[in-house]
Structures are given as structure tokens and as C-alpha cells.
Design a binder for this molecule. Structure first.
Ligand SMILES: Nc1ncnc2c1ncn2[C@@H]1O[C@H](COP(=O)(O)OP(=O)(O)OP(=O)(O)O)[C@@H](O)[C@H]1O
Length: 320
């Protein structure tokens, strides 16, 4: 179990994290989700032992590891800035964490080799061990980075935007594959992303961060359906903010005669499985987005329609 307790971190005068508390159970897959600069990477680096907090503690399985450096925490990490070693073969890259161990803890050469081969199988790159990173695709390289992180049999796997630089299709395939691998290997993993779709699809629980604070910790369903703050409701999924403070999801609107708001339709297009209707409130021009079921006929551009909310939320601090 990982317990992060009241972590505070400043860079000079800049407060990057304010009193972060977080508990992670063995086997969980956790997403740290938030906009750029919200402190996700800083928190991940503190958990890894690559960065140290000003205040607070990190516990692994009940042990206080707050002052223990990265090399002794037994964490595997895939961070973009720790790219593969270009002059080493794929197999040597994977074996790296084992070969640099002190002699007393280093497995025999043959064993290291066998382990690298086994990991190549795990990440589905069998037969590519003799290649150099430059001879692989971006997605393959990320899988090698993952195999390298797994070689030390980490108790915790940390991933910082692991698929950030890849195209959408490869990203999606790798996501699914990572989710399976996490389960198969019984890992506890934390990954950083600013992509809400990635967080909702992969994580058992999502930690939504903003300005160095945690706004909400919950299952994907909870953060989407029951956002704790106005910020979460905007950042996770889409939300219309009405002039009177109501926050309403596009799919929670219906076009209905009994509705109280009138909308002038500016645009109608297909979005996934529904029609997306974009328009403006007649009252004050507020931009409104509405999803209409794909099986229904959408309004036409230029129409004025009346809308009603099936579900709405009001937050005490709507300006977030
Ligand atoms: N070494 C550093 N020195 C000074 N400021 C830093 C340092 N590292 C991070 N910061 C600042 O701390 C804040 C949090 O940074 P962090 O990298 O944790 O955010 P993030 O949520 O991971 O953002 P991104 O998604 O852009 O990577 C930012 O404002 C950043 O500029």
C-alpha cells in the first residue's frame, strides 16, 4: 500500500503542491489527471524518490520512505525524459536495471539474459532484442521502456504521459495493452495524464488535480457523474455553464417543449454516437452544446429550440 501524507512542495517561492493526501491499495491502477502545471509530475517524482518534498511523508507498505532515494525504493518508471539508451540494443536496454546492480544483488549473466528475453515476450517484441532503439517505431520504443521498468520487478510502476508522443490509434492500442499487462502482472501503477479519456478508460481510480491540490479522488464513474467541484465538472467530460450557475452536461439536455431555455441553433454535426447541436441561449448569447440521440432527427441550423435539463448541478464555487 502507498500512503502519501500531507505532501507540500515549493520551487523557490512557487507552491507546486499543497498538502497532498492519497492512499493507493495494492493492485490499483491510478491516474493523476489535471491540466498543465497542476503538479502531477512533481507528485509522481516525489513518490518515485526523484524529488523530495518540503513537508509530509511517503509510506510504502507502512515503511516511511520519505528520505529514501529512488534507487532504493524498488519503483519502475517510464518517464519521457528517461529515453532509451540509443547505443544499446533493445535487450541490453531492458536488462540495464539488473546489470547496474551491486554484485551481491546482481543475477548471473545468463539469468539476466533470460529475463530480458522473457520481458520481450511480455511486451510482444520477441525477436527484436538485437535491434537498436533507432530501428523501432515510437510505440515499440515505449514498450521497450516499459519492459526496462519491469525488469527490476518493481513493487510500484510509475508512468508519466507514457503515450504522450504517439498518434491516436497507437495510443489507444497501447492503452488497452497496458491495462491487460497491469492486471496480468499484478502491478500497482500510477500514471500521469492530462487526457481525461485516457484516465477514464484505464484507471480504477482517478485523482483530479488543479493548482497543486487534489479536487477529487474517485472511480471514473464518480468523477464523471458526481464531480466534486466546478473544475472537475469542466475538466472531466464537457459541461455547459449557464448564466444562473447551473452546470449541465451536453447529454443531460433534451429538446423539449416544456423546457425553460430557448436556444438558437448555429451548428449540427455527428459526434461519436450522437448529434452534437451547438447554439446560443436566446436570453444572453451563452454558448450551449447539446447531444441529441443519433436515432432522433436533430434540429436544423437556424432553428430556435426549447431545451430542458434532465440533470443539473450547481457548485458553491462555480467560478473555478
Ligand atoms: N524544477 C522546477 N523548478 C521550478 N518550478 C518547477 C520545477 N518543476 C516544476 N515546477 C513548477 O511546478 C508546477 C507543477 O509542475 P508539474 O510538472 O508537476 O506539473 P504537471 O501537472 O505535471 O504539468 P504538465 O502536464 O505540463 O507536465 C509548474 O508550475 C512548474 O512550472
Amino acid at each position: 500500500m502507498i500512503r502519501v501524507e500531507n505532501i507540500t512542495k515549493r520551487f523557490g517561492n512557487y507552491p507546486a503542491l499543497h498538502g497532498i493526501d492519497l492512499e493507493i491499495q495494492p493492485g490499483e491502477f491510478i491516474a493523476l489527471l489535471g491540466p498543465s502545471g497542476s503538479g502531477k509530475t512533481t507528485l509522481l517524482r516525489i513518490i518515485a524518490g526523484l524529488e523530495f518534498q518540503d513537508e509530509g511523508h511517503v509510506h510504502f507498505n507502512g515503511d516511511d520512505v520519505s528520505d529514501i532515494p529512488v534507487g532504493k525504493r524498488n519503483v519502475g518508471f517510464v518517464f519521457q525524459q528517461y529515453a532509451l539508451f540509443r547505443h544499446m540494443t533493445v535487450a541490453d536496454n531492458i536488462a540495464f536495471g539488473l546489470t547496474v546492480r551491486k554484485a551481491s544483488r546482481r543475477p548471473a549473466k545468463a539469468e539476466i539474459k533470460a529475463r530480458a528475453q522473457e520481458l520481450l515476450r511480455v511486451v510482444q517484441l520477441e525477436g527484436l532484442g538485437d535491434r537498436y532503439p533507432g530501428q523501432l517505431s515510437g510505440g515499440q520504443r515505449q514498450r521497450v521502456a516499459l519492459a526496462r521498468a519491469l525488469a527490476i520487478e518493481p513493487s510500484l510502476l510509475l508512468l508519466d504521459e507514457p503515450f504522450g508522443a504517439l498518434d491516436a490509434k497507437v495510443r489507444k492500442d497501447l492503452r488497452r495493452w497496458l491495462r491487460d499487462l497491469h492486471k496480468q502482472m499484478g502491478l500497482t501503477s500510477i500514471f500521469v495524464t492530462h487526457d481525461q479519456e485516457e484516465a477514464l478508460e484505464l484507471a480504477d481510480r482517478v485523482v483530479v488535480m488543479d493548482h497543486g491540490r487534489i479536487d477529487q479522488i474517485g472511480t471514473p464513474e464518480q468523477v464523471y457523474m458526481e464531480p466534486a467541484t466546478a473544475f472537475v465538472s469542466h475538466f472531466v467530460g464537457e459541461t455547459n455553464r449557464l448564466p444562473d450557475g447551473r452546470h449541465i452536461r451536453p447529454h443531460d439536455f433534451e429538446i423539449a417543449a416544456h423546457g425553460r431555455d430557448r436556444v438558437l441553433v448555429d451548428n449540427v454535426f455527428r459526434k461519436g454516437g450522437s448529434w452534437r447541436v451547438e447554439g446560443r441561449l436566446e436570453e444572453d448569447g451563452t454558448i450551449i452544446e447539446i447531444d441529441v440521440d443519433a436515432h432522433e432527427a436533430p434540429p436544423a441550423i437556424g432553428d430556435t429550440v426549447t431545451i430542458a435539463a434532465r440533470r443539473e448541478r450547481t457548485f458553491s464555487n462555480p467560478g473555478d
